[in-house]
Design a protein around this ligand. Sequence first.
Ligand code: GAR
Length: 210
Amino acid sequence: MGKLKVVVLISGRGSNLKAIINKCSKKNVLAKVIGIISNNSNASGLKLTGDFKKIIIDNKLSKKRFETELQNNLEKLKPDLICLAGFMKILSPFITKKWKNKIINVHPSLLPSFKGLNTHERALKAGVKKSGCTIHFVDESLDGGPIIAQVETSINKKMSSKELSEKILKMEHKIYPEVVSLFAKKRICVKEDKVIIKDEKKLNFFIKNI
Ligand code: GAR
């Protein structure tokens, strides 16, 4: 069986990209990263090396031109899965409809709470007792689309947003590559806008042990 072809879209640090690349290097994982696309030529994630294409699309282009360029590149790469990993741009239906149920994202909160930026600061300010991260399919709304998996953690009153973000980022690095691997095993599908996971118990066990 051929490997699932993954393209990762980034805007910055790329630590989730790195976690996905590492996971894909394992023998039993049926996925490979074939391309990285960034809207930021200075994204440190672009420094990662491997057998994949690196593409930069000028962030100054109009949304329409940016997405046309993105679509042209995606058509060439023909990914089976597109992972947004700290990609700080909202995609319009032009992209999300063409790649429906093939784009996934990681967000550092328990969605639908705290969509958008400054997530941890807002979670702490709101005084929530729990936060975490979410992997979800992507629609045209900000951090929206059917939820695949969530990992939660309790918030300690004295935690700074930096501490909370570091704690949650470590969880992201485990759950995001795992979801990519499940996708490659065809264990994830969407029916009527709800995600169905085969052997969900196994995933829940994995999450419990993060
Ligand atoms: C991650 O914490 C990710 O959850 C967040 O950006 C960070 C990217 O880090 N994404 C969002 O906030 C999406 N709305 P990374 O570049 O080191 O993977």
